[in-house]
Design a protein around this ligand. Structure first.
Ligand code: NDP
Length: 277
């Protein structure tokens, strides 16, 4: 496993396991236990995913020590509008069955709220119950806006990034501030209508063949080599293992450039400029 060092000195695995749309209960418990058994040591959930209890249960059943796992969850949008971040955070800790998380993220930049929310996140960090705090789905101008009030620079910005949406300007902006970029939907997400353009892309298929790897492994390795923390999701045991098996090869610079060249700025998920959910 490779690690990245966040801007407060905390180490985070370069590749983790995401659980968006993983059904709460046994499906989630089994998937997370499978991931931990395969070697993943970073888990990415969110209050809105409705599966924090199952993630916590899986950690307990896995036999892996809590301190060996990098656990991330996120503050939901409605809390920014009408709720209390501290209360929401306490609820997440209780649901996860832990007294701290390794990373707490603002899930989306809710208009006219996210700067105040960032200040609430700083208080949570200062309480010691989140080892790092960060943002998700923030565009460059959202980062500039919170930079006017922040006492701490976010450790992470987690956003949509895959070969069809390579996000070069946002990545550069994050790095300029010392914010580590993290990709969501690295494999193109779970919507069938988007899957083919990524997983059956001829350029990616050729590169995969060259290295004797799968398209998923090539994309995840591309993330690792660009310094982008990635968190692929799967409930399929063979894919869970496949997605973790990316640390025994390196992509040549021309292959990285070929993947970079696939970008079409195609967004498959929500639009951070219009957070109405
Ligand atoms: P991913 O890009 O990880 O794709 C997941 C889909 O790809 C699933 O349908 C999965 O199927 C399939 N898949 C997984 N591995 C393979 C493989 N090796 N070969 C073929 N298909 C595969 O999408 P996500 O949207 O889940 O993103 C990853 C994580 O990012 C989320 O789980 C979540 O933690 C986070 N996220 C964060 C967001 C945010 O707003 N901050 C938004 C969206 C996601 P199956 O499960 O059936 O195996």
């Amino acid at each position: 496993m490779k690690y990245v060092t966040l801007n407060n000195g905390i180490k985070m695995p370069a590749l983790g396991f995401g659980v968006f749309k993983v059904e709460d209960g046994q499906v989630c418990i089994d998937a997370v236990k499978e991931a931990l058994a395969a070697g993943y040591r970073s888990l990415d959930t969110a209050a809105i995913y409705g599966n924090e209890k199952s993630v916590g249960q899986a950690i307990k059943e896995s036999g892996v020590k809590r301190e060996d796992i990098f656990l991330t969850t996120k503050l939901w949008n409605e809390v920014q509008r009408t709720g209390d971040p501290e209360e929401a955070f306490a609820q997440s800790l209780s649901d996860l069955g832990t007294d701290y998380v390794d990373l707490y993220l603002i899930h989306w930049p809710v208009k006219e709220k996210y700067a105040d929310t960032w200040l609430a996140m700083e208080k949570i960090y200062q309480s010691g119950r989140a080892k790092a705090i960060g943002i998700s789905n923030f565009q460059t101008y959202h980062i500039d806006e919170i930079s006017k009030v922040w006492s701490m620079v976010p450790a992470i910005n987690q956003f949509e990034m895959h070969p069809m949406m390579s996000q070069k300007p946002l990545i550069a902006h994050c790095k300029k501030h010392g914010i580590t970029p993290q990709s969501w939907a690295p494999l193109g997400g779970s919507k069938p209508e988007n899957k083919g353009s990524v997983m059956e892309n001829p350029v990616l298929l050729d590169i995969a063949k060259k290295y004797g790897k799968t398209v998923a492994q090539v994309i995840l390795r591309w993330n690792v080599e660009l310094g982008i923390v990635c968190i692929p999701k799967s409930i399929t045991p063979s894919r869970i293992r496949e997605n973790f098996d990316v640390f025994d090869f390196e992509l040549a610079s021309e292959d990285i450039a070929a993947i970079d060249g696939l970008n079409q700025n195609s967004r498959f998920g929500g639009d951070p400029d219009n957070v109405i959910f």
